[in-house]
Design a protein around this ligand. Sequence first.
Ligand code: M7G
Length: 324
Amino acid sequence: MAESPQAKRKREEEGEKNGGTAAQGGAAAAFALSDLRVRRVLRESARDKIVFLHAEKIGLSGEGTDAVVILEKTPFQEEKIPDLLKKPMNTELQMQNDIYCTFYLSPPPELSEIKATVVYPATEKHIQKYLRQEVHLIRETWEDYKDITLPFIQSQSFSIQWVYNILEKKAEADRIVHENPDPSNGFVLVPDLKWNQNQLDDLYLIALVHRRDIKSLRDLTAEHLPLLRNVLQEGKEAIGKRFGVPGSQLRIYLHYQPSYYHLHVHFTALGYDAPGSSVERAHLLADVIDNLAMDSTYYQKRALTFPLRADEPLFKKFQEAGKV
Ligand code: M7G
């Protein structure tokens, strides 16, 4: 049965009531947001109304453990918009000129939510990921992949424990939107960490495949076509059924390079300019399927372009190899 974002929200509010305390599970210890101290701003965007913070939690013996906190003003929820104008609150007229005027409103708490995403404990790599940096495009041939990228991702990449937790139902089990349990051609579809499910404008889900031997686009061959077709077909159907968004309004793609080397597919609302949905990083799943159907070793032949930040160790490896 379809569940609207509002109904979902209500269910979560009733179920949660955890007073801002992080959920237990995996390696994450329970803590309250107020235990965190801000160290510095890593990046902020006035346009996206988002700020990335390097924070720390001070332990009993006074030592600090790093955390990343992402604060984001949430999109408007259509059904609550009339209250913004009606409910008594501070409204300050800033300027008036002919037919134009600007007000500043201080909405009541239920209309001025901020989403806080916390990574705790955070590694240096997490902190670097969110730090604003100069970005360069890399053009990676298959040889570059084998000689530079593969050894690098084998030696260091983000832990994918969170993916295994989802696949094994140790975390986010109640958030699963669809599952095909087949060990080779199945997957789990869950709302992405970035989506609060309160509105469809920024709809964002990810499909995590059950197989654990596919790192990225580079590993895909025609052998994986049944799996990829299942993700495309069943993912679209499940989102249509649950959220009422048709497949023609979904952007369904893989990232290259991904941050997490366990094959997963992004599903975002077409009207949403999702981070990482631009041409230098996103590969439409339908195109990937067509390419593999035409040539099983397509992704072991062609060069792939992707952006890297100047401070990333992988960028340095490409630089050392004289490829930048
Ligand atoms: P990616 O292409 O590997 O990297 O995508 P990116 O984060 O640079 O885009 C991984 C996707 O998984 C992203 O869209 C993340 O927001 C999402 N994600 C990351 N984590 C740690 C979680 C998680 O714990 N739960 C869920 N549901 N999504 C996550």
